[in-house]
Design a protein around this ligand. Sequence first.
Ligand code: KG4
Ligand code: ZN
Length: 338
Amino acid sequence: MIRGRILGIETSCDETGAAVLESDKSGIKILSNSLASSVTIHSETGGIIPENAAREQVKFIIPVIKEALEKAGVEKPSEELDAISVTVGPGLIGSLLVGVETAKTLSLVWKLPIIPVNHLYGHLYANFVGENPMLPALALLVSGGHTDLVVMEEHDKLRWIGGTRDDAAGEALDKIGRLINLPYPAGPTIESLAKKGNAERFNFPSPLINSSDYDFSFSGLKTAVVREVKSLDELDSETVGNICASVQKAIIDVLVKKTLRAAKEFSVKSVLLGGGVSANSALREALKSSLKKHSPEVKLNFPEKFLCTDNGAMIAAAAFFKEKSSWKQLEASPSLHF
Ligand code: KG4
Ligand code: ZN
């Protein structure tokens, strides 16, 4: 594990993040974590238009890095930092290139090594900020682009055991949100409206809940909601709350069931959550109580909410467990996987 200070840069989707993290004997801590989002633009278009996201990131990247360095008290990066880490994929190519090309330039100017980071690893390593979860661990990554179950045997020894066959959990929430006129991204709004709704009102499917694999499928859930919405005379606020609660329950039920089964099968010591959807309190609570009941020896870890959605800190956190490299090896890889 690398000891020292690492700058983390994240630009894989619609956020522009930069952070400075330090690792010493006591673990990994955040010195600064700056973020600029183009979410209001995407809210207007009802989803991300890649070209718009990348244009905003070109504007944000230098101010965000400058702010992260200032907040961390870094005056001479070439002397006070040990490496620059950057997301190389997966993600939108235009967005990734903004971070990757900026990192290359800074590496040349400051004469610092580069550490390329897989964005998916970043989400999982958000769990290692201020904590040291026990391995082997089972990680559930639930974001706008991914729904994956991964066994983390050792650092950098990850085994993918299953994932979504179609829409990711967050993608399903965002698409369903659009159907019922919620702003993008819909996940946080669905979470808060679900609190007032009746989860038993609609019996939406939890596809593949009883399949023997670790796969997921959420596009059928979206289709079921389309059908239901079409059959309604009116979409009043009570109905919207009930749809939110029922959809959230359908997604959580299948995530919890498969995570629990995998935790048993692979005899893990901990379960890690990661990705934007893992900010959902109902999901955290459901997993916590199910683990307590069925596998009390397994510890549940989840990052603080601000570390669940995309950010620069999680990229630097993952970098501490990797090897330093050179800017010459750095390349954006939009379809990188685990
Ligand atoms: O990890 P992330 O920021 O970006 C990707 O790498 O995809 O995840 C964004 C996703 C969106 O689909 C958003 O609706 C969802 O995470 N999300 C939530 C919550 N906060 C964000 N879903 C459910 N409950 C939340 N509180
Ligand atoms: Zn992400």
